[in-house]
Ligand binder design. Structure first.
Ligand SMILES: [Zn+2]
Length: 404
């Protein structure tokens, strides 16, 4: 299928039930949307920062406008509203017309056949979920997601570029993109963190206490939620109630609407593989699977990690390939995501503008351009999606029925 055929296919998809069964058609849930409340904390600013380029669409109003405008997707949902009232969009590309699963993944995977949960998926088409902006201060995957949506909608991204290979790959999947999960954090964050020193990067990301001291990356995790009455600025990391959505992962006690919505989204559509897009202060990298990844998925996740990181090196976005590693990179929402639907789940860390030496001096070894900051999700998606076509991500739906 070439790009034209693919785009025609997507255009044809607009006849799919964009209204029927949708909780929204791109305006408001049930015709009623909560109004957006002003944030408790003013957006942080840093003097002298360069303006963002026009293709860098990461402001909440830009995200809403682009999602509202999307027409080629077969389905569009506001999966939740944030505590401030921002809509969190999911855009669906492909056929999402099937009824809900008759069983959940936990029961279905132990039943006579995985089809109890998985259903009879036409031609075995797999479902891929790209999540961006769980941490609102980390803009790179949000910028990439918005450019990807623009490419899926018009054939070209906001730079006027196309990516025939990626479009073709996406066309062979059911593809869901959530361009910005943490709209609250995004609403008080700068457009980008390029050119900031490490201290200001931390200040913008995880915030600072009333005495001016940094909350810090690990420090922010001492609290759940962050005590907002003690902070001068909470950073764009948590949502407006101080919850770090990436760590809203306690079964039975999910605290945020955002985490609940993405878990339900993954379960409802029987997602096979997830890319969870973040940013940090080093060269871009796909991280090791979570400490409690599903055992049957770990080797495959490590294979894909190796493949995608190699591609980041080949693309000139990092100097060396990291070790293969092993499962054990924290306990995050990636764990309940895998438990919700059995999916492979990998986290991509883009670089917030520079590559800082892990040890030694703080001076960055390299500054990335805006194009380079946004490129890793495209590189990783190409490899991740290609891998799933060479061999299905999960074995389910086509095995022999098991006896009682
Ligand atoms: Zn993050």
């Amino acid at each position: 299928m070439d790009r034209r055929e693919f785009l025609l296919g997507i255009a044809a998809g607009t006849t799919l039930p964009i209204v029927a069964g949708c909780r929204t058609t791109g305006t408001a849930v049930g015709g009623k949307s909560p109004s957006i409340r002003p944030p408790r904390f003013q957006p942080i600013t840093f003097p002298g920062m360069e303006p963002k380029p026009d293709f860098w669409k990461v402001r909440p109003n830009e995200i809403i406008e682009i999602c509202e405008r999307a027409k080629k997707c077969s389905r569009k949902e506001v999966i939740c509203h944030t505590p401030l009232g921002y809509p969190v969009y999911a855009l669906f590309y492909g056929d999402f017309s099937e009824p809900p699963p008759q069983s959940n993944w936990s029961a279905g995977s132990s039943s006579r056949t995985y089809r109890s949960y998985y259903g009879d998926r036409k031609d075995g088409v797999q479902t891929f979920l790209f999540l961006a902006g769980i941490h609102g201060a980390e803009q790179e995957c949000v910028a990439a997601a918005m450019n990807l949506v623009q490419m899926l909608e018009t054939g070209r991204d906001f730079r006027g570029r196309t990516d025939a290979e990626l479009l073709k790959l996406i066309g062979q999947y059911r593809f869901i993109v959530v361009p910005c999960v943490n709209m609250d954090g995004r609403s008080i964050s700068p457009d980008h963190l390029r050119g900031l020193n490490f201290e200001d990067f931390r200040r913008a990301s995880q915030g600072y206490w009333k005495d001016g001291s940094l909350i810090g990356w690990r420090g922010s995790k001492c609290w759940f939620p962050l005590p907002l009455d003690k902070v001068a600025y909470p950073g764009g990391y948590p949502n407006s109630e101080g919850f770090n959505i990436q760590h809203d992962a306690c079964p039975g006690n999910i605290r945020t609407a955002e985490a609940r919505a993405i878990l339900q989204l993954a379960e409802r559509w029987r997602v096979d593989a997830v890319l969870n897009g973040h940013s940090y202060e080093w060269a871009p990298s796909v991280l090791c699977p979570s400490a409690i990844a599903l055992p049957q998925n770990v080797e495959r996740e490590l294979d894909i990690r190796q493949r995608t990181n190699r591609a980041l090196v080949a693309a000139g976005l990092r100097a060396t390939e990291p070790q293969r590693g092993k499962a054990g990179d924290g306990f995050t929402i990636n764990v309940p995501l895998a438990l919700a639907c059995g999916a492979l789940v990998l986290t991509l860390e883009c670089s917030v503008a520079y590559d800082k030496p892990i040890k030694g001096e703080m001076r960055p070894t390299r500054q990335y351009t805006f194009d380079e900051m946004m490129e890793p999700p495209f590189v990783v998606l190409r490899e991740y999606l290609a891998d799933g076509l060479e061999r299905p991500f999960l074995i389910r739906g086509d095995e022999k029925e098991k006896g009682d």
